[in-house]
Write a protein that binds this ligand. Structure first.
Ligand code: IPM
Ligand code: MG
Length: 361
């Protein structure tokens, strides 16, 4: 199969981790008989430095021409980087929001899994973590507060800022359908998270979710208020299978869920539209403080590449092989510094990439 992949290395540790992901993809291609072409795209700070904007039209066109996008991470240190002296619409993050919108990537999948080998890193009490957990956060990604109308004004010396939270039923329905489809392949449970005791947008969310649920009698649906969900994630994370929620709630809850695993350097993500196209990136940020030191954990990016093989190319066997490689290397006791524990062997970013690549054969 021909795999036409656009690569956004991005900022900070982005280039290092994408290099390792490409290494393992190339090995997969040679073992399983595929051909990969990569096209590099600039986004975020890297694009600002060259073009003065975080995303160009050409970059969007190049991404659209690919079958999938593999991304590292974007952004810099918000207190010291000159990128953050620019107006908000020209900062690195604006590039990420713009590409999500331009490619219609409305469904964001963020798995939060407790790896057996890394259970010690989980900050929860043993009696909670020993039950394990494996959830998929499905975050709506192109609507809500992130893309509503916003402005800042000043009237009679009083400054005022407005952001608007809007959803129409079609936006809710398409992410909900994706959520139920994913649940059908998992433990068949959907927890829809909202703030229906206060917000109109949440009350519509709940109605539409119930309408969609009628088409999936095998899936158990429950509704949960977002503040309660934030509590339940630390109290009993094992209760969740698919968490379905709107953009802003999903942003916050997915960070919480990743922290609960204790190993954010391991968590992948996929952002999908209604075709096979997707953008795949680690759940963690660009970690400018450790950029260039060769110590970043490339596993989240490598697992994102596995999601790409699975969702955009239907290459389940190849995706399984990459995921198995990660488990094997962890079992053998190799760790990057962020997941290091006593008795294990500490390795750098490149060594970790090499070890994983060697497992594919
Ligand atoms: C994320 C990030 C982004 C978001 C930022 C960088 C704009 O936090 O992908 O979760 O809020 O969506
Ligand atoms: Mg976030």
């Amino acid at each position: 199969m021909r795999l036409n992949i656009a690569c956004i290395e991005g900022d900070g540790i982005g280039p290092e981790i994408v290099t390792e992901a490409k290494k393992i993809l190339d090995k997969v291609a040679s073992v399983y008989g595929h051909e990969i072409t990569y096209t590099n795209i600039l986004m975020g700070g890297a694009s600002i430095d060259v073009h003065g904007v975080p995303l160009t039209e050409d970059a969007v066109a190049a991404a659209k021409a690919a079958d999938a996008v593999l991304m590292g991470s974007i952004g810099g240190d918000t207190t010291t980087s000159p990128w953050y002296k620019l107006p908000p619409n020209l900062r690195p993050e604006a590039g990420l929001l713009a590409i999500r919108k331009a490619l219609n990537l409305f469904a964001n999948l963020r798995p939060a899994v407790l790896y057996d080998e890394l259970a010690d890193a989980c900050p929860l009490k043993k009696e909670i973590s020993s039950a394990g957990f494996d959830m998929m956060i499905m975050r709506e990604l192109t609507g809500g507060l992130y893309f509503g109308e916003r402005h800042t004004t000043e009237e009679n010396g009083v400054r005022k800022a407005v952001d608007t939270l809007t959803y129409d039923e079609n936006e809710i329905r398409r992410i909900t359908i994706k959520g139920f489809e994913i649940a059908m392949k998992r433990k068949k449970k959907v927890t829809s998270v909202d703030k229906a005791n206060v917000l109109d947008s949440s009350r519509l969310w709940r109605k539409v979710v119930e309408e969609v649920a009628a088409d999936y009698p095998e899936v158990t649906l429950e509704h949960m208020l977002v503040d309660n969900c934030a509590m339940q994630l630390v109290k009993n994370p094992g209760q969740f299978d698919v968490i379905l929620t709107e953009n802003m709630f999903g942003d916050i809850l997915s960070d919480e869920a990743s922290m609960v695993t204790g190993s954010i350097g391991m968590l992948a993500s996929a952002s999908l539209n209604d075709t096979k196209f997707g953008l795949y990136e680690p759940s963690h940020g660009s970690a400018p403080d450790i950029a260039g030191k060769g110590i970043a954990n490339p596993i989240a990016t490598i697992l994102s590449a596995a999601m790409m093989l699975r969702f955009s190319f239907d290459l389940d066997r190849e995706a399984d092989a990459v995921e198995r490689a990660v488990k094997n290397v962890l079992k053998k006791g190799y760790r990057t510094i962020d997941i290091m524990s006593e008795g294990c062997t500490q390795v750098g970013c490149k060594e970790m990439g090499d070890l994983l690549t060697d497992e594919i054969n």
